[in-house]
Design a binder for this molecule. Structure first.
Ligand SMILES: [Mg+2]
Length: 366
């Protein structure tokens, strides 16, 4: 149960198809795999996605903060020293993806030590989650084709559409094409990744409502406090906080000051422990939540699945679990599968994936 070592392994795997959105583009998974070993020889893994355009972390900064600040203070602690581990991590501000990887690797090692799936340790509510697929910028017909093929191949019927471009009609045409092509049964919702101003987002609302959009994520920068609050007051669709609310403190501030009315929870951001705090806060305030995707690999997706299926509140809406389908390869020994629009939790001890060590050798950068 005692942490013996924490190793960080930067690696790179290409995407077959880049994902384009208002705040950036991803064409390579330049992530960091975190490997935690206990004195009993148990190995916990977690994946860390750097998103510099959203949170400021890079592959190099994740390696550095873990190697220089976190690992030296965590070695020697027990996996169950949760509050002491939290104290170490909290002495450094930000760096939520690096902190998330440490937390998830600790849970993975704890599950493997106890020979139990982490999904059970976290709550064990459901055995599967409905899957939502994310659609990046492209021509309306191309985006609709992708959605139809996801429905045909995987049974997925929930779609997040990236919006936030100027002119907004580029994105509104996609929303309309998707509703016309997918019909009323599909859950279609949008994420502007702060690409619009509050006024642009307000102007887009009628067309979004006409297309039956269910939620509107990060319409504009949450720091544009006045405009954002005006937008939230006028919107009949829930306004979802995502990158503006990585911590429970941010969630409190944005919800209580009227900056958003629903919350996207990401396990890559602070791990299971932070996600649990955010979820409990949202439940206490009576706020709707969803499981988001930090453009995760299968290792990260398995973590989102383990958490989302464990808790009742996160099983209501479809969870964003399919971004890995666009990657050329992955580090897992057994690929995750989506069938009938759902992903089932793993019965393996820990978070539920095994690492293919040969692939890790192939893709590691050092
Ligand atoms: Mg988002």
């Amino acid at each position: 149960m005692i942490i013996k070592s924490i190793e960080v392994i930067p690696y790179a795997i290409d995407y077959k198809k880049p994902l384009k959105f208002a705040s950036g583009m991803v064409n390579v998974a330049d992530h960091v795999l975190l490997k935690l070993v206990t004195e009993d020889g148990v190995v916990g893994y977690a994946d860390t996605p750097p998103r510099p355009y959203t949170y400021g972390e890079t592959q190099g900064s994740i390696v550095s903060v873990i190697e220089t600040l976190f690992a030296p203070k965590l070695v020697g602690l027990k996996l169950t020293d949760a509050e002491r581990i939290r104290e170490v991590l909290h002495k450094t501000i930000g760096n939520d993806a690096a902190k998330g990887a440490i937390d998830i690797a600790i849970w993975d090692a704890l599950g493997k030590t106890l020979e139990l799936p982490v999904h059970q340790l976290l709550g064990g509510y459901a055995n599967s989650l409905k899957v939502s697929h994310m659609l990046g910028f492209d021509e309306p017909a191309v985006v609709l084709d992708e959605a139809l093929s996801m429905r045909e191949q995987y049974g997925i019927n929930a779609f997040k559409v990236k919006v936030g471009r100027s002119p907004a009609k580029l994105d509104l045409a996609i929303c309309k094409a998707l509703r016309d092509g997918l019909g009323d049964s599909a859950d279609i919702y949008v994420d502007a990744n702060r690409g619009w101003t509050a006024n642009e987002a307000l102007a887009a609302l009628p067309a979004l409502m006409d297309a039956g959009i269910s939620t509107f994520e990060e319409p504009c920068d949450a720091k544009d406090a006045m405009g954002r609050r005006e937008l939230v007051k006028k919107s009949l669709i829930p306004i979802v906080g995502d990158e503006s609310v990585p911590t429970p403190g941010d969630v409190s501030r944005e919800l209580l000051s009227g900056g958003c009315t629903a919350i996207s929870i990401k396990t890559a951001r602070g791990g299971f422990s932070n996600a649990t705090r955010v979820l409990d806060l949202c439940e206490g305030l009576g706020v709707e939540v969803m499981i988001g995707n930090q453009i995760d690999t299968q290792i990260g997706t398995a973590a989102s699945l383990a958490f989302g299926a464990a808790k009742k509140a996160t099983t209501k809406k479809a969870a964003e679990l399919s971004n890995f389908l666009d990657m050329a390869d992955d580090l897992v020994a057994e690929p995750l599968t989506i069938a009938n629009g759902e992903m089932r939790v793993s019965a393996l001890p820990g978070v539920g994936v095994e690492i293919d060590l040969e692939k890790l050798e192939r893709y590691r950068l050092r």
